[in-house]
Design a protein around this ligand. Sequence first.
Ligand code: KG4
Ligand code: ZN
Length: 386
Amino acid sequence: RRCFTLLGLESSADDTCAAVVTSEGRILSNVVVKQNQELAIYGGIHPYAAIQRHQQNMPGAIRQALDDAGLDMSSIDGIAYTRGPGIGGCLSVCSTAAKTLGATLNKPIFGVHHMQAHALTPLIPTLYAAHRTFTSAADAEQPQTPPQFPFLALLISGGHTLLLLARSPDEFTTLATTPDISIGNAFDHVARYLGLAPGERGYGAALEAFAAGAPASFTHGVDADVHDADEPDADAAVPDFAVPLRGQLAFSYGGPRSRVEIFVRERGGVERVPEATRRALARAFQAAAVRQLEEKTVLALRHCEGLGVRVQDVVVSGGVASNSYLRQRLRAGLNEAFPGTALNLVYPPPHLCTDNAVMVAWAGMHRFAAGDFDTYDASIRPKWRI
Ligand code: KG4
Ligand code: ZN
């Protein structure tokens, strides 16, 4: 079959993205314009500011993606864009860009589901070529082979906490989601409650490093009167984090987040909490957050077994998936729960775990091949069930 090339556009949250990808999975360009961090309001995205940035940045991102690919629009076969879910005004930027380009140049367009695009990323064949640079030290012993349908996808980021069953490129079932904040938000908030500075890699990574004992920088110091010696057994002093909604296929991170907040407040503020206790809190929170992922993933796999669906691959993606404690625990937890069955855990490379347009272009490929085009009047879908 002839090789074809799609332009992908993404603007569902805070990143403005454009990419060019071939049907063989060659990534010809991948442009991601991040928004100024100051635009992020506490725990979320400022919608109006985000829309303005997308409007400002999208045309330039498209130009850059074409230049990087060394192509002009006439040699692009179609345009895939994120149709939903996401912030309505933000979605309208990539949607209008895609539809206008498509209608003007008479090219087919494909409105794709953002979460399906995340889940399909590890099927890009070129990720498995000789180079394995994306395999972290923690799972270096694991052979990284592409997942096969049906597979499970655990999507964990600032925007999502989700378990999906992928049966084919366009048949997905949501197995678990969250009624409250995402796991990434919970990490971010807890890092702030503990007075951690975000550093280069953000709050989540700062919390992971702090829990592992790395030297930390604080935005809130420790009160001169407070010493680690005040808390001889820091681990015993911190609250016990039970896994919420035990036995249920649902996530919850609002409760564990609030336990940290309340603990710190009851101590009279983070300045009054000795460093050893802050670290114990970080460890306990992280361990419980990961235990919850582990338990729900095992539950989802058993649920699939119950449905008679044989799942052998688990895709783990999103910013939180870069946490190496999580990678170790998940491997160990799945081995314990399913001894003798070698579940294939697949982590996309970090730059394709976070929002990008490569995944959007890739999610449009099977629809291009099937001739399944959208019309130029297709509406956005801010709340789009999978
Ligand atoms: O996928 P992502 O980069 O962006 C969006 O959510 O759009 O995910 C970002 C989230 C943030 O909440 C960040 O704190 C979290 O992923 N994160 C981590 C780690 N690295 C990033 N959480 C825990 N441990 C990490 N090492
Ligand atoms: Zn996303």
